[in-house]
Structures are given as structure tokens and as C-alpha cells.
Design a protein around this ligand. Structure first.
Ligand code: SF4
Length: 396
């Protein structure tokens, strides 16, 4: 079943609900909580991966595991992946590889990592993962607060691109907790750890670490690169060091400086989609980066047949207050199985917000000038749309 409510409000509720739970509890509940939805664990089968793999195996060994095989991994990692999956009884490990056509064009010799590591990671990690996560509402990561940067205030649940939830069960763990968990549960170690690799990525970009060095010092040694870029911040793929947190804009600033305002159940907010919008005529032939599509209210949905799973957001135009075709189109998209983010854009007034939500929209995009005609409280008063959510089945 598709989760109910907007993603930011669900994340707030989930963090409140599981605030005092253990890592294993958070993970176990996340796999069954309808507010989280379809969840996968993304695993590199690296030095510490076995902890989350074990927790998932205990909770539900049929959980989808997405293993990113960049085709640049150590042979030991490939062997370890197979033996760990077998030993833990994981039944749904999905091997995610780069698009062969893209790889043939952009990295025919397999040497891109020597000249442009960001482009190589985008080709071999970011794009395949982005593609593999379509169809999931949430993914589990092994990130922890002690790793620093923006991670110092990492919560169990966070909203990513307003598209899906990222679950960080180990966020509160200290450095010694991982080792202790592996010892207590007699979990197999990656064979390269004993050979001086405390952090293991692709073979060309991972070197041994000397005693006293940071455990990640062997990753991209000699370059400034620190992250592979599979995490997103503020709607952008992060490459390099994580940026400092960005101040949440004040409501008054949004109204004063933005051309448009995004309205959700939690009130007014700024545009957070940084990837542009295609039309049915300009849809890229192959899926890759984040994808959003603009539709007119009389759009023929057959043009999206076979493409819905690869679209992150659909924005439907409302050319006038009295034009209700967008509501019908939204319902039909949900009935066709579109699970991404659905936005109504244009002339949608506060009185129509509840109708928009019941029709399957997640949010409304209006001109700032229109937003100024009523207070945020007036919108929120109408956000109690779930009391009469007789069309919830459309989103199931
Ligand atoms: S870690 Fe190195 S080899 Fe692996 S995808 Fe990134 S740049 Fe390429």
C-alpha cells in the first residue's frame, strides 16, 4: 500500500514515534510501518555492511537488498557478497550495474576514474542507484552522526527530494558499536579488513590505510573527493564534502522572494525541485537522472505508458479556478499505478486543496501573489482532508 500524507509530515511523525527506539527496532518497524512504504536496503557489502544486512535478515530476509556492483569492485567483495547473502538467508539481493550502453559510450576503456572520479561515480553509482530506487518509497543507509559534516544531526528518518524516505537506523551509534555488534553476532568480516582496508569501495579508488590514519583515508587517496555522491542534499546529488546545513527559509521570506509557493499539509514552502520539468514530447529516451514531467489537464496518458515507474514527479496544470480536469487526470494517474510525487500547478485556491489531496495530489504550486490572499492557517485548516478521505483506495 502506498503511504498516506505528505513526505515531510510522515518523516516528522516517524521521528517522533521512534525517537527512543534502538537501531534494530527502528529497522524492524520501518519494514512494516505503512507510513514508510516499500523499503530497500542499499548495501555495498563493504567493511561494516554486514551489521545492517544481519538486522534485515532477522526482521525479514525477503527485504530487497540493492547491491551496487560498479564493475570496479574487488573480487573479494563479490565473493563476500555471495557468501554473506547465503549465510544470512537473504532471498532478494538485486545486483545493480551501470547501464551497459552508457558505460560503453562514456567509459569504454574503464579508465574514467583516472580523469574524472565524479563522472565515474555518477555513471557507475549514482545513476544506477537512482534508477533502482524507483518503485521504492524508502531506503535504508548505514550513515551515522559521528561521521561528522552534515551527519551530526542526522535523524532516523529524513526526506530525500520529497520523493522518498531515507532511513538511518545506526545514526546514534558510536564507532565501537559496529565492531561490538559483529562480535556479539559472530558475523563474517570482509576479508580485506584484515589486510589493511577498514573502508572498502572500488578497487582503483581504495588503498590500504596505515595505523593511526582515518579509516576512510584510503578512499580516493590524494584527491579531495570524500563521497561517492549517492546521497542527496537539498534536492541535489552531493559530491565531495557535505555542505553546511542550509537555514530553513522563513515563511515571510518565501512569500516575499519566491515567484511560486509550494503548499503541503504542513503549510507553505519554497520550490525544492532542482531538476527542471520535461514534457511528454521531451521525455529522455532512457531513464537516468531525476525526472519530472509537466502535463496539461487534457493530456493523453497513453504517452506515459511504460514510463510511469521512471518518473519522480508529475505536475498538472490548472489554467483556471473552474477547470476541474486536473483532478480527474490525477485520479487516473494514481489508478494507473503512478506512485511518484504529484503536484497541481496554477489556479488552485484554498477551498480546492482538500479536493486536490483526495484526488491523489501531494502538493500544490501557486503563485506567491495568490498565496498572499489567505493566511497559511487558512490553508492548514483545510488540510484536515483525511477526515473524508473516501478515495484513499485510489492511492493504494
Ligand atoms: S569509486 Fe572510483 S571506480 Fe568506483 S565509481 Fe567512483 S570513481 Fe569510479
Amino acid at each position: 500500500m502506498r503511504p498516506d500524507g505528505t513526505l515531510p509530515s510522515r518523516v516528522i511523525d516517524l521521528n517522533r514515534c521512534y525517537a527512543h527506539h534502538s537501531a534494530a527496532d527502528v529497522l524492524k518497524h520501518a519494514l512494516t510501518d505503512p507510513q514508510v512504504g516499500r523499503t530497500a536496503l542499499v548495501s555495498s557489502f563493504g567493511a561494516e555492511s554486514v551489521v545492517l544486512l544481519h538486522m534485515v535478515a532477522v526482521a525479514n530476509p525477503a527485504t530487497p537488498i540493492l547491491f551496487l556492483d560498479t564493475e570496479m569492485l574487488f573480487p573479494e567483495t563479490l565473493d563476500y557478497q555471495q557468501s554473506v547473502a547465503e549465510r544470512l538467508g537473504l532471498t532478494d539481493v538485486r545486483i545493480i550495474r551501470p547501464d551497459p550502453e552508457e558505460a560503453a559510450v562514456r567509459d569504454p576503456q574503464g579508465l574514467l576514474h583516472r580523469t574524472d572520479t565524479d563522472a565515474c561515480c555518477a555513471l557507475r553509482k549514482t545513476a544506477p542507484l537512482h534508477e533502482a530506487l524507483k518503485g521504492f518509497d524508502a531506503w535504508i543507509t548505514g550513515r551515522k552522526r559521528y561521521q561528522g559534516g552534515r551527519r551530526t544531526d542526522l535523524e532516523f528518518f529524513e526526506a530525500e527530494l520529497r520523493v522518498r524516505i531515507k532511513i538511518n537506523p545506526l545514526t546514534h551509534w558510536a564507532p565501537g558499536d559496529v565492531q561490538e555488534y559483529m562480535l556479539n553476532n559472530r558475523l563474517p568480516r570482509h576479508p580485506l579488513v584484515a589486510q589493511g582496508y577498514p573502508s572498502i569501495g572500488c578497487a582503483p579508488c581504495t588503498s590500504k590505510v596505515a595505523k593511526g590514519e582515518d579509516p576512510r583515508a584510503g578512499r580516493w587517496r590524494g584527491s579531495e573527493k570524500e563521497e561517492c555522491g549517492i546521497h542527496f542534499v537539498n534536492g541535489k546529488v552531493v559530491r565531495g564534502p557535505l555542505p553546511a546545513p542550509v537555514e530553513e527559509p522563513q515563511k515571510e521570506d518565501i512569500m516575499a522572494t519566491e515567484d511560486t509557493v509550494i503548499v503541503t499539509d504542513t503549510g507553505f514552502g519554497p520550490e525544492d525541485w532542482a531538476h527542471g520539468f520535461a514534457t511528454p514530447n521531451t521525455l529522455p529516451a532512457t531513464a537516468g537522472a531525476a525526472l519530472a514531467v509537466d502535463l496539461s489537464p487534457d493530456a493523453d496518458l497513453s504517452v506515459l505508458d511504460g514510463r510511469l515507474e521512471s518518473i519522480d514527479m508529475i505536475r498538472i496544470d490548472f489554467p483556471s479556478f473552474s477547470d476541474g480536469r486536473g483532478f480527474t487526470l490525477a485520479r487516473r494517474l494514481r489508478l494507473k499505478g503512478f506512485h511518484g510525487r504529484l503536484r497541481a500547478k496554477g489556479h488552485v485556491i484554498a477551498d480546492q486543496y482538500a479536493m486536490a489531496r483526495r484526488s491523489g495530489f501531494d502538493e500544490v504550486e501557486i503563485a506567491a501573489e495568490l498565496a498572499r490572499r489567505q493566511t497559511e492557517d487558512q490553508w492548514l485548516a483545510r488540510a484536515n482532508w483525511k477526515a473524508h478521505d473516501y478515495q484513499a483506495r485510489l492511492r493504494a
